[in-house]
Design a protein around this ligand. Sequence first.
Ligand SMILES: Cc1ncc(COP(=O)(O)O)c(C=O)c1O
Length: 397
Amino acid sequence: MTTKMKQSKKMDDIPFSGIRKVFEAAGQLEKQGKDIINLGIGRPNFDTPQHIKEAAKKSLDEGHVFYTSNYGTETLRTAVANKLKRDNGLDYDMSDVIVTVGANQAVSIAMTAMLDPGDEVLVPNPSWLHYFYCADLVGAKTVSYPLLEENGFNVIPEDIEKLVTPKTKMVIVNSPNNPTGSILSKESLQAIADIAKKYDLVVLSDEIYEKLIYDDSVHYSIASLDGMKERTILIHGVSKSYSMTGWRIGFAISANKEFVSAMIRVLQYTVTCANSFAQDGAEAAINGPQDCVEDMRVQFDKRRKLVFDRINKIEGLSCICPKGAFYCFVNIKKLGMSDEEASNYYLNEAGVAMIPGSAFGEYGAGYLRVAFSNSYENIEKAMDRIADATAAYLARK
Ligand SMILES: Cc1ncc(COP(=O)(O)O)c(C=O)c1O
């Protein structure tokens, strides 16, 4: 007998996140008393800077415990508009900014608001999982454009153009990129912008890692290019730059009033608004002193160099040096096992959690994502363990 007591058909194609799977497996081992070093989750290990916490405490003490406007508080939205001017040279109005429950919800409302079933979305592959599954949840089809190691994990704009069909509605750009750490050059962004204009595409530009860039790299926003503001939805947030992942504050920004109107209606019928006092904390983060961001970036840079240096000394493993974010995408193809097997092997044999690259799309197969958001000391220890476990594996082969 058939029953209606089951999930919707669309959920049959929505897997559990490959990141959470590793997180949970690592948690189980920890419960059994194993010492696990987590290089899996993309979560800065720093405490949120004190002045931000104080602002949220003050907000609570002042009674900011109610719903805010669906759009978020005017003061936070103004702070974001000012930040876009200050950091990115972009002219946005407070009314272009929607405060969301983390950047993830910004991605979700943007895709829900803009995509119909059957619409096609061009997504970098490998990339942040939400782009794939937020599209799936609304019945849109994702079409991957590859980020390949031989191209430094950079976008080849011609690859994007080849995939455009009459059904293509949106193209996603993410720079700095999770999981590869690559950064889009101004020329690449210009080429993508030209494609978007030629084929009348909406651009979703996820810039959450904009502050985490290294060496002489520069972050450019695609919205700053000629004719792009009206067709771009910017995704920003405080999680990564200010170590506020648990506060759940992000932003969807667009100068296109119709986009904002559609996105806010999705937000209204899902979460209503973001947390009131967390919004006040985020405002202090954006308006306050920015040296905390630089201090953390300097720490990440040291860890980046450590991972790059150590991984490339291990026979069987290699990686190119990430230019941004806090991930190294390590090539494990010489080991002769799949990335899922490698992730399991290092977790169980070395007590080091790393995410299989295929969790970020099929072009990630053969890689492990190493998040250098853990402490320098823990990363050093993890690199020793990875070196020993790799040598032991190769010796047995
Ligand atoms: C590219 C990218 N966008 C968005 C997010 C989510 O950020 P938030 O914590 O603000 O939801 C992440 C988190 O890892 C990410 O890597």
